[in-house]
Design a protein around this ligand. Structure first.
Ligand code: AMP
Length: 598
């Protein structure tokens, strides 16, 4: 079919009719960014005109950008907390959205230690589905033949709870996998997974992982791509194989499923897939029993063309490990999304991770951008009203904070992501994900900020009081050299009475106390074994002074020097590690249940 698509012509690919339509849609959206954005804002404002929230700002029926920008404030989650709480408590009046809130999506971003609750409406599923439907047509331009095999994707659902008013609260992907959009998706040869729905929808994550990995092993020759949502998830799967390969080999040899998998629907679907295959069992035993796991992904799944995982943002720390396990396979970061709203996709998915840029689709929501100037380090919401820039008016090379106005009723909401414009596709800017604001430490989906770390340290140091000991200085490090990664906290202590110094037991308990103080997402990741036990490394007295001397020798100003609360620069790590006098680990899992603490 003749296709008028700069995307396909750029790579000279011939495309199917279905893909051509999707590419055409991307072209249309990216060529008409500004008019699409104007239309989307108009639609959102007119349908939500009678909401309590918008009425407060007296738009008087106006749906244009100027009125909207002059009257509606830029807000954070905390600003919306009262409205969100009322909806959670069961108030069904149109508070934020004229359409009923269908459920809350629990973000990995937290507020007061608990996951943020993002309101959503039923039709948002269609918008998410639309973005998903654009991914393979773009990928097919770069990787031919993906209809000739399967994708081994490790996908999971997570615990869900109900709010006091009875609305479901669960992660966005759990909501999507449990929806008919996913469960009853029509057959598409380009999107065939090795994991049957039953294995993805199994609420026990260990049984789910076990069954998904077993399917991947059985169908190893058919696998053309291996993926998970984030890099940390794929590495967790590799670690699971490392720990459980003997059981897998046994199951495959005998054609019987491990009795620890008890979920009836998983057992039933696996009974159709699992047949005795001693040859495959011997192969798995041979590959996995080797000490060296370099290239294990390509050894077990030899036809893999690329890894489909997000390795941008906080996940970049996993690139070297993934390269090691995959022998340098390309890593495709296909999309950029959040619980608030799905944003966009990567139009060059086979590019290097360091070059990934996402193109925001202007039909997903109304997007504005707050120029981000790190040097002034100001919180612009406190100064004069911030000047927000529209999607069509951004400057290449500049950094911005992303602000969204969604159909579900978030108005001028600060997502907290900092993005840099790297160029344009047609009239649509493309963005490098720079970082999430205020995140100090992250291993998996956890995000710990400076004040949370400070509070955790204060809580833990209470245990040192009876030993006349205090924490003089501290810093931290996200250690991802091993899977699962873990938080390392360097402590310099002031011990008044050496004869009564805190013991290893006390310091281990401090580790536990810190974990108990960290937010719900951290504690959930710990309980799910996605994060290892927190470690305190006590360093010699004077170490932090040396750290300062080092920074000053590299040009830091003495007046302005502040101890970095998180470190990753190799010479600094080497300095710290060479001064370590003792190491202590958290001895137990912190408390976590799906129920919120407040
Ligand atoms: P959540 O609300 O828990 O779904 O988390 C959404 C956040 O994850 C976004 O606001 C980003 O900070 C981060 N994120 C999502 N997609 C990407 C991506 N492709 N690259 C980097 N960070 C991402």
């Amino acid at each position: 079919m003749a296709v008028d698509s700069t995307l396909s012509s750029a790579v000279g690919a011939s495309v199917s009719e279905k893909d051509a339509k999707a590419l055409q849609f991307i072209e249309e959206m990216t060529k008409n960014v500004d008019s699409v954005q104007e239309r989307i804002l108009g639609e959102i404002l007119s349908r939500n005109a009678n909401t309590e929230y918008l009425k407060r700002f007296q738009l008087n029926g106006a749906t244009d950008r100027d009125t909207f920008k002059s009257k509606v404030p830029v807000v954070t989650y905390e600003d919306l907390q009262p409205e969100i709480q009322r909806i959670a408590n069961g108030d069904k009046s149109p508070i934020l959205s004229s359409h009923p809130i269908s459920e809350f999506l629990t973000s990995s971003g937290t507020s007061a230690g608990e996951r943020k609750l993002m309101p959503t409406i039923h039709e948002e599923l269609n918008r998410r589905q639309l973005l998903y439907s654009l991914l393979m047509p773009v990928m097919n331009l770069y990787v031919p033949g993906l209809d000739k095999g399967k994708g081994l994707y490790f996908l999971f659902i997570k615990a869900e709870t109900k709010t006091p008013g009875g609305l479901l609260a669960r992660p966005v992907l759990t909501s999507y996998y449990k929806s008919d959009h996913f469960k009853s998706r029509p057959y598409d040869p380009f999107n065939v997974y090795t994991s049957p729905n039953e294995t993805i929808l199994c609420p026990d994550s260990i049984q789910s992982m076990y069954a998904q990995m077993l399917c991947g092993l059985i169908m190893r020759e058919e696998v053309l791509r291996v993926g998970a949502v984030f890099a940390s998830g794929l590495l967790k799967a590799i670690r699971f194989l490392q720990v459980n390969w003997k059981q897998f080999a046994h199951d495959i040899e005998t054609g019987t499923l491990n009795p620890k998998v008890t979920d009836p629907s998983v057992r039933e679907c696996m009974s159709k897939i699992l047949k005795p295959n001693p040859e495959l069992a011997a192969f798995i035993t041979k590959e996995c029993s080797e000490e060296n796991w370099e290239c294990i992904i390509t050894r077990i799944w030899p036809n893999t063309k690329y890894l489909d995982v997000i390795v941008t943002g906080a996940m970049a720390q996993y690139i070297p490990t993934l390269e090691y396990y995959s022998g340098g396979l390309p890593m495709a970061c296909t999309m950029y999304a959040s619980s608030e709203c799905y944003f966009g996709l990567n139009l060059k998915p086979m590019c290097k991770p360091s070059e990934v840029s996402y193109t925001i689709m202007p039909n997903m929501a109304y997007f504005e951008f707050l120029p981000h100037d790190d040097s002034s380090a100001q919180d612009s919401s406190r100064d004069s009203p911030p000047r927000l820039v529209d999607l069509a008016d951004l400057e290449v090379g500049k950094e911005y904070e992303l602000i969204v106005t969604t159909y579900a009723g978030l108005c001028r909401y600060r997502v907290g992501d900092i993005l840099r414009v790297t160029g344009y596709h047609n009239a649509a800017p493309q963005f490098r994900f720079i970082r999430r604001k205020n995140v100090l430490l992250s291993i998996d989906s956890d995000k710990t900020d400076e004040s949370e770390l400070q509070q955790a340290i204060e809580n833990a140091s209470v245990l040192l009081k009876e030993f006349n000991t205090s924490v003089v200085e501290y810093t931290s490090y996200a250690d991802t050299k091993q899977i699962p990664g873990h938080y390392v906290i360097y402590w310099e202590l002031f011990v008044k009475d050496a004869a009564n110094a805190p013991t290893d037991e006390v310091l281990s308990h401090c580790c536990f106390q810190m974990e108990e103080s960290l937010n719900a997402v951290y504690r959930q990741c710990r309980v799910a074994d996605s994060i290892g036990p927190l470690e305190i490394r006590v360093v010699k007295n004077g170490t932090f002074e040396e750290l300062m001397d080092y920074a000053i020798s590299r040009g830091a100003s003495i007046n302005q020097y502040k101890v970095p609360r998180c470190v990753s620069f190799t010479p600094i790590m080497e300095l710290l590690d060479s001064r370590v006098v003792s190491k202590h680990f958290s001895p137990a899992l912190p408390h976590w249940t799906p129920e919120r603490r407040r």
